[in-house]
Design a protein around this ligand. Structure first.
Ligand code: NAP
Length: 483
């Protein structure tokens, strides 16, 4: 087995919003895990920046608490935590003010890779980008990392791109979609492009349909005000599910290079058909199981925001004409399970004369709860009694198949932050990709807003609204049963 970890150079990473929820839950714990894995050079420096009046000791205490809460207990080693905390500094800065910037400039070390994580509201991106330049803190090789949501429609995404482009080149901007940092999602590319097996039949002629499911059991408790302005379409489909769809549908890039991969993804987005109202089902979870419904969690008692969406999407190009892509995602569903299922067509003729026992092969790429892949194949049922066929899974759970050395795969955020330091943009969205995704999404949202469409109620713990079943029934198909 070939194993090659590309080393990371020592770096200065500034986290604007370093005291916020994302920094505490993902960024700081992720950096600590890379540190103990030996991937973060000890002479690297992490600088937290926010308005809170903390000193460096106070910030280290905040980071320690975050590690204790969000890192697995068996990874918490006192000596390692102390060594990691020693790499942390803090500067109190108001993104829109004048104080703190010269202190930050003093902390930055010339000649180091420098990265700035904008873990703050997008309304602050412009102010931070401007001040990083005004105070001579960023250089032409510095990288900036920005989070979702990247706009709420095409106009706002364009405005954000323009604000960033005023101070940074596209090659310096890392737009995070953490789904792209998932091990299985990258494996999808490996399976497609490092094996001869699948690519010749990866087309409408042999693939009956593709289903992409992202199911959550949690609701929007505590985030109702934010979610009400977003909904499942903006929160999940426009970004995460669109990225998954692109990786399944794209043509082979000429090499595994950031722009080659992103060019191919962009072509997929541009080939997406407009979605007709009859091909979309929106849902909103009702009260049940002792918990309030979406409406109780929203600040708007008449909210029409969808907590569930299912849709049928077509791609008008030579490879995919005629193969539907069915997407569904929702909150308070029966299971927290996410997968991509590629269903191949049944063989055209059964030599066994048992056509009803001929099943389609299905390649399932599981993202959650346990990452892995399964391919169902037909075999002969063992034993006497003639030729009877049965379906069996060829199962590949990554942790099991690759052994202990690979069982501890990095979390998506860890991998992506290290890619920023390495200067590798392959797993980050390019500005034109984001804009193309919004250009496809906008008319869909505008359509239901203009019609005043209301989402259908669905029971918590169910598979979503009944109408979503019809979306496939009318095509003679059904959703995969996900548990
Ligand atoms: P948050 O908990 O509200 O934290 C915001 C951070 O920004 C705090 O550290 C806050 O500290 C700082 N901040 C606010 N105003 C500032 C100013 N004027 N100058 C400097 N710092 C300021 O938000 P979050 O959940 O961490 O989210 C951060 C970003 O990540 C947002 O864009 C969000 O959409 C995105 N995101 C978050 C998650 C998540 O799981 N949390 C997931 C995906 C994307 P002070 O108040 O002390 O200044």
């Amino acid at each position: 087995m070939v194993s090659r970890v590309i080393p990371v150079e020592p770096f200065d990473l500034v986290i604007f919003g370093g005291t916020g929820d994302l920094a505490k839950r993902k960024i700081l714990p992720g950096l600590y895990r890379r540190f103990i894995a030996g991937q973060m050079p000890a002479n690297s420096q992490i600088v937290g920046a926010a308005r809170a009046d903390l000193d460096t000791d106070g910030y280290r205490a905040l980071a320690r608490a975050a590690i204790e809460e969000f890192v697995a207990k068996d990874k918490q080693d006192e000596a390692q935590i102390a060594a990691f905390l020693a790499t942390l500094n803090y500067t109190s800065i108001d993104a829109t003010g004048i104080n703190g910037w010269s202190a930050l400039r003093t902390l930055m070390r010339p000649g180091m890779v420098s990265a700035f994580y904008f873990s703050v509201a997008p309304s602050l991106f412009g102010a931070i980008a401007e001040r990083l330049h005004e105070h001579g803190i960023a250089n032409p090789d510095s990288r900036i990392v920005v989070e979702k949501p990247f706009g709420r429609d095409l106009a706002t995404a364009k405005a954000l791109n323009a604000v960033l482009a005023d101070h940074f080149t596209e090659g310096q901007i890392y737009r995070i979609d953490h789904y792209l940092g998932k091990e299985t999602v990258q494996n999808l590319m490996a399976v497609r492009f490092a094996n001869i097996l699948f690519e010749p039949i990866w087309k409408a002629q042999y693939i009956d349909n593709v289903q992409i499911t992202v199911g959550e059991t949690v609701g929007v408790e505590g985030r109702g005000a934010y979610y009400d302005k977003s909904g499942a379409m903006r929160d999940m489909v426009q970004n995460h599910m669109m990225q998954l769809l692109c990786l399944i549908a794209m043509e082979p890039p000429y090499k595994f290079d950031p722009n080659a991969v992103r060019d191919e993804k962009l072509k997929v987005i541009r080939a997406l058909d407009p979605v007709q109202p009859a091909d979309i089902v929106r849902g909103q979870y009702l009260a049940g199981g002792g918990q309030g419904g979406y409406i109780e969690h929203s600040e708007n008692p008449a909210s029409k925001t969808e907590s569930y969406i299912a849709m049928k999407v077509g791609i008008s190009n030579w490879r995919w004409m005629g193969t539907p892509f069915y997407l569904r995602t929702g909150k308070r569903l029966r299971s927290r399970a996410s997968e991509i299922a590629v269903t191949f067509k049944a063989p055209p003729h059964s030599i066994f004369g048992m056509s009803d026992s001929m099943h389609e092969n299905v390649l399932v790429i599981r993202l959650q709860p346990d990452e892995g892949m399964t391919l169902t194949v037909m075999i002969k049922e063992p034993g006497p009694g003639g030729m009877r066929l049965t379906e069996v899974p060829l199962d590949m759970s990554f942790a099991e198949a690759l052994g202990a050395d690979h069982a501890d795969v990095p979390d998506a955020y860890e991998r992506l932050i290290m890619d920023v330091i390495r200067g590798n943009q392959t797993l980050f969205m390019r500005g034109d990709e984001v804009e193309a995704a919004w250009a496809w999404t906008d008319p869909i949202i505008q359509g239901w807003e203009a019609r005043g469409d209301k989402p259908k109620g669905y029971d918590p713990g169910s598979a979503g609204p009944d109408d979503a079943l019809m979306l496939l029934h009318r095509d003679g198909r059904r959703w995969r049963d996900i548990r």
